[in-house]
Design a protein around this ligand. Structure first.
Ligand code: 2P0
Length: 324
């Protein structure tokens, strides 16, 4: 058969209102809608080439993938093959480019880039919404990395209604990453989410709070109200981590470094700097601020948290696809 090949580049995103918990594991339908900022810092570049091959193969940063990691890619490629009526296997070559924020390895940029490259290589002509829905099947947060800047992932109720879309705002935002720990996380977010939904008595209370948080955050985004956005984002993230601590057995991604960084962010705020923390499935602390204050805040935090690497990231672009 003729070989079909495409390359896609997608950037990581940080959720300000979080996704945590699936209503449907197969379709990756979340309990909550989420709001994120795509960053320029970390990007994944992925090439997919379908050809006359005995099996799918994949490399990440030059290392061949095996086991669960390869199976997850192959299962995702099956969705693309099914839609394109294609029966051939693929070679997937992927690299993570991390110029600034180490420790931010991201399944969001990874599956967004894989979705874009695989769909284009298979000859599927998908618009951004269809691509967001497809990327969601690989990893929920990848649905948001199709877009640059702020993106809202509507939880929806089925495959069709669960997609992300771009959100416009007068705010010029920035995110600082306080690198507390760059080792791999102890529990994958997929496993941790499942356990939180199944066992945490706080989970459904957080789902309710999250709907209200999203409303407040969207209004703040539209009105250019950074303080309200920041306060809401910080409360939403801390609430998400509280649901995990109440799971059986408890899950905590926080380390003493996380607590120290959180305290420093509170102190920066008390000193009059715009700074609000958010934390994902790991120990690192991300700090929402304005683009105008980002460098000054980074200097302040570096002085307060001597020894920790702090990088500054600005909003990044949506997915770029190169057919050929
Ligand atoms: C988020 N996280 O909204 C949340 C906050 C981590 C904490 O999305 O199982 O890798 O592949 O759909 O997208 C990480 O979860 O999970 C995540 P799957 P994903 O950014």
């Amino acid at each position: 058969m003729t070989q079909r090949r495409a390359t896609a580049t997608a950037h990581a995103n940080i959720a300000l209102i979080k996704y945590w918990g699936k209503r449907d594991e197969e379709l990756v339908l979340p309990y909550t809608s989420s709001l994120s900022l795509t960053l320029d810092g970390l990007r994944t570049v992925t090439t997919v080439e379908f050809g006359d091959l005995p099996a799918d193969t994949a490399t990440l940063d030059g290392e061949p993938l095996h086991g669960t990691a390869l199976t997850r890619i192959s299962t995702f490629l099956d969705l693309v093959r099914e839609r394109a009526g294609l029966h051939s296997h693929a070679t997937v070559t992927s690299r993570n480019e991390v110029p600034t924020a180490a420790g931010l390895a991201s399944s969001a940029s990874g599956f967004a880039a894989l979705a874009g490259a695989a769909a284009a290589a298979a000859g599927l002509d998908l618009d951004a919404r269809a691509l967001s829905r497809l990327a969601r099947r690989g990893s929920g947060s990848a649905s948001r990395s199709i877009y640059g800047g702020l993106a809202l992932w509507h939880a929806g109720h089925d495959d069709e209604s669960s997609f992300a879309e771009p959100i416009h705002s007068p705010l010029d935002l920035a995110i600082l990453v306080i690198l507390v720990d760059d080792s791999a996380k102890s529990v994958s977010s997929r496993v941790a989410m499942r356990s939180t939904v199944a066992t945490s008595p706080l989970f459904f209370r957080w789902v309710e709070d999250s709907a209200r948080d999203l409303e407040i955050a969207l209004r703040a985004v539209a009105e250019g109200d950074l303080a309200t956005l920041g306060e809401t984002a910080e409360a939403n993230a801390l609430g998400m981590h509280a649901t995990m601590r109440a799971a059986v057995p408890p899950i905590s991604y926080f380390t003493s470094g996380t607590q120290e960084a959180l305290a420093a962010v509170r102190e920066a705020r008390a000193a009059g700097l715009p700074a609000w923390a958010t934390i994902d499935a790991g120990a690192n602390v991300k700090v929402l601020t304005s683009a105008a204050d980002a460098e000054r805040l980074a200097e302040w935090l570096r002085a307060r948290l001597a020894g920790l690497t702090i990088s500054v990231d600005y909003p990044g672009p949506g997915i770029a696809i190169d057919k050929g």
